[in-house]
Design a protein around this ligand. Structure first.
Ligand SMILES: *Cc1c(COP(=O)(O)O)cnc(C)c1O
Length: 373
């Protein structure tokens, strides 16, 4: 059994992808070929955005967004502590300082903890609060209504890290439609993944879009060898765009299959564990089906024993970012963000992909229940 089964998906897109790849090998525009633009138009449309800029990966997408906003040394950017490392790393890459914020029971950034963190930063006067990066963790869209209010009050830009939520919706609004800029990742294991590294950036602001387009290609100006600013090499390969165009055709169907699988999991497991709480009006791409064990001891037992029965299990995430070695210099300590620290001790994720069969779901649930009983 695979944690995320890309074989079964490949069989579905194989012939469509073959013909797309053949076309690329014929036209040979491996960098920024026509497939890249076709994909950008389709994704802008899908996310209700005016502009989509594809790029090299989800981390570079965040770096490009911060560069375009002019965030740098002396600036503070608020990020959840319970997320993947890249959400904070991008802040450090541009020379700014991440300020960590606790999550609430939805696993997403707690708007009240954000407000406290921003107030503290304003009082400290050491850094200038510039932006906040909410993450749609495991696919669930963050509370942008409350976060946007706080951002407006304190003049912060909102960058939505939607690396795990492409395809999710909240009150009918798609992931990547929130914030001044939204970013996503096409890493193979994400809800919408390619066959290598890839990412995209979304905005409705034409000026930001032009700036980010320039940054993506070495700060290029009106022509290829005019450089207006410091940028990077952050393009998406044409071949990866073709993979995504093929997968785009089955994305909505895959999302629907995941809803059914999640419902089957909920039904079988909710007597034993608090299952993912999907709030009113939320539709999630289920980047993960994450469960909280009773305590760390039970979680560690599950993580030890499930693989013995051939069932892969993962921990997203074992260490909150404020306690990572890389961020020791910021002085974060145990107890700073109690909910996130507790999640890290108890959380685990079971296989979640559109091609799980009823028999596999049954085996996963039965093995899991047997371990804890
Ligand atoms: C995967 C991920 C990223 C980074 O994406 P890459 O394409 O791997 O660089 C950023 N933020 C979150 C929340 C992610 O899950």
């Amino acid at each position: 059994m695979e944690f995320i089964d890309l074989h079964r998906q490949y069989e579905r897109i194989r012939s469509d992808l073959d013909s797309r790849l053949e076309a690329i090998f014929k036209h040979k525009q491996f960098i920024l070929g026509p497939e890249v633009q076709e994909l950008e138009h389709k994704l802008a449309d899908y996310t209700d955005r005016k502009f989509c800029l594809s790029c090299s990966n989800g981390t570079d997408a965040l770096v490009i967004a911060l560069m375009a906003l002019g965030v740098g040394p002396g600036d503070a950017v608020f990020v959840p502590t319970f997320t993947f490392f890249a959400t904070a790393e991008c802040v450090s890459v541009v020379g700014a300082t991440p300020i960590f914020v606790d999550s609430d029971r939805s696993f997403n950034m707690d708007p009240y903890a954000l407000e406290t963190a921003v107030c503290n930063a304003v009082h400290n006067k050491e850094l200038i609060p510039r932006a906040v990066i909410p993450v749609d963790l495991f696919g669930l869209i963050a509370d942008y209504t409350k976060i946007q209010e706080i951002a407006d009050q304190y003049g912060l830009a909102v960058i939505s890290d939607a690396a795990q939520s492409f395809g999710s919706k909240k009150a009918g609004k798609p992931a990547c439609s929130f914030g001044d800029i939204a970013t996503t990742s096409f890493f193979p294991a994400k809800p919408f993944g390619c066959y290598g590294d890839g990412g995209a950036i979304f905005t409705d602001d034409e000026k930001l879009f032009d700036l980010m387009s320039s940054i993506r290609v070495h700060g290029q100006g009106a022509s290829k060898y005019m450089n207006e600013r410091i940028g990077m090499n952050g393009r998406l390969d044409t071949i990866q765009a073709a993979v995504l165009l093929s997968k785009f055709q089955i994305l909505d169907d895959e999302l629907e299959r995941k809803q059914e699988i999640a419902r089957a999991y909920d039904l079988k497991l909710n007597k034993y564990f608090p299952c993912p709480t999907i709030g009113e009006g939320q539709y999630t791409a289920y980047a993960q089906y994450a469960i909280l064990a009773q305590d760390q001891e039970q979680r560690d037992m599950i993580v030890r024993d499930l693989p013995k029965q051939g069932i892969p299990v993962m921990i997203y995430y074992p260490i909150p970012l404020h306690m990572q070695n890389a961020y020791k210099y910021l002085g974060g300590r145990e107890g700073d963000h109690p909910l996130s620290e507790d999640f890290c001790k108890r959380i685990f994720s079971i296989p979640m992909h559109p091609y799980l069969k009823p028999k596999e779901i049954e085996k996963i649930c039965e093995s899991l229940i047997a371990i804890i009983e």
